[in-house]
Design a protein. Structure first.
Length: 360
């Protein structure tokens, strides 16, 4: 078996999979169930002094592994987390991360009690970029456990915020929070799915999350919890290749059930063994060197394996320039004068029959 363990801010995790903050981690019972299912760490719902009152409804399936929500924060007040929920998890099998925010004053009030109640780590959450570094300062003055700050791709000055948080003492970064505001409409009723603008999570935001993780890791050699859009084992590998130390996920196990963790860990182990990778951690940041080099302008060389071709015709359909054709006998014909080497045809080939490489 491959070694899936990772070290996050000095704490050992059995695997990179962290249940991110959300509905499933609403209480000690939910958190315990996630640990039992295979989560190596769990982040609580965001704990604030008072409980939120959510609109009804406040979560909707947005299709293709994505989700919309108009949730606030935990619907349990801080006192219940501190006196009952966190102490009730003393026999847990993984790392417990308490999410708290949304202001420096609230962090100053809650960070110490949450650590004393049993949290192994804190994750700070805010909606204003200007609050992020002051929240880190407040937390680091109150606790000795590691402190993560969750950042948002909605912030135009994301990298400046990250730098300020690291200077303030943050031990690591969680990237990213949900994207939004976003909107979906029921075309039959013309009503928004949640009667409002909402926050988007799940597979739709994975390319944005990957960009944020890579952008941060290109500039800082720090622990990053890559969060956003991970739905399968290959997505975990992709996030690690972008530089993530661990991987946060919530939409997938919420929509598919907590058995997602065991299935994904099994598939991740198979993927690594099939490619003779001994340790997942060795793959961290493999994509970053490629991002440091300028884009190539050399034409692609195409390789076609007729035996692998299913003759689905996707490579022909997506060619905007009419450069590619399949003969009735299943042979590939390319007109070089029309081809722009855009690469789309290769990316839609699901059997590997059509491949490419750079160079003359």
């Amino acid at each position: 078996m491959a070694d899936l363990s990772v070290t996050l801010c000095g704490l050992e995790l059995a695997s990179p999979l962290i249940l991110a903050s959300g509905p499933v981690s609403w209480s000690a019972a939910g958190i315990r169930a996630a640990f039992t299912a295979g989560a190596a760490a769990v982040v609580t719902k965001t704990i604030r002094p008072r409980a939120t009152v959510n609109p009804i409804p406040h979560i909707a399936d947005a299709g293709r592994g994505s989700m919309l929500n108009t949730e606030g924060w935990s619907d349990l007040p801080a006192v219940e987390w501190i006196e009952r929920e966190l102490p009730g998890l003393t026999d847990r099998s993984g790392v417990l991360i308490a999410s708290t925010g949304h202001t420096p004053a609230e962090v100053e009030e809650l960070a110490g009690p949450l650590a004393q109640a049993g949290a192994d780590m804190l994750e700070l959450v805010c909606y204003r970029a200007s609050d992020a570094a002051p929240m880190v300062i407040a937390a680091k003055q109150a606790v000795s456990i590691p402190v993560l700050i969750k950042v948002s791709a909605n912030w135009p000055d994301l990298l400046e915020v990250v730098a300020a948080c690291l200077e303030a003492g943050a031990d690591g970064i969680t990237a990213i929070d949900s994207i939004g505001p976003a909107l979906r409409i029921d075309v039959e009723t013309a009503r928004p799915l949640l009667d409002s603008f909402a926050w988007l999570s799940g597979q739709a935001i994975r390319p944005i999350a990957l960009r944020a993780v890579a952008d941060i890791c290109l500039r800082h050699d720090i622990p990053v919890v890559g969060t956003g859009g991970v739905g399968q084992a290959e997505d975990v590998v992709e996030m690690v290749a972008a530089g993530a130390t661990a991987v946060g996920v919530h939409t997938a196990p919420l929509l598919q059930g907590l058995s997602w963790f065991g299935k994904t860990l099994d598939r991740l182990d198979q993927w690594l063994e099939q490619r003779a990778h001994v340790r997942l951690a060795d793959l961290r940041g493999r994509a970053l060197d490629h991002l440091r080099h300028p884009a190539s302008h050399s034409p692609l060389n195409f390789v076609f394996d007729q035996e692998l071709c299913s003759q689905c015709g996707r490579c022909v359909v997506v060619c905007a320039y009419g450069a590619r054709h399949l003969t009735p006998a299943g042979e590939m014909v390319l007109e070089p004068a029309l081809c722009r080497s855009c690469g789309l045809c290769v990316s839609v080939c699901r059997t590997g029959a059509l491949r490419s490489q750079e160079g003359p």
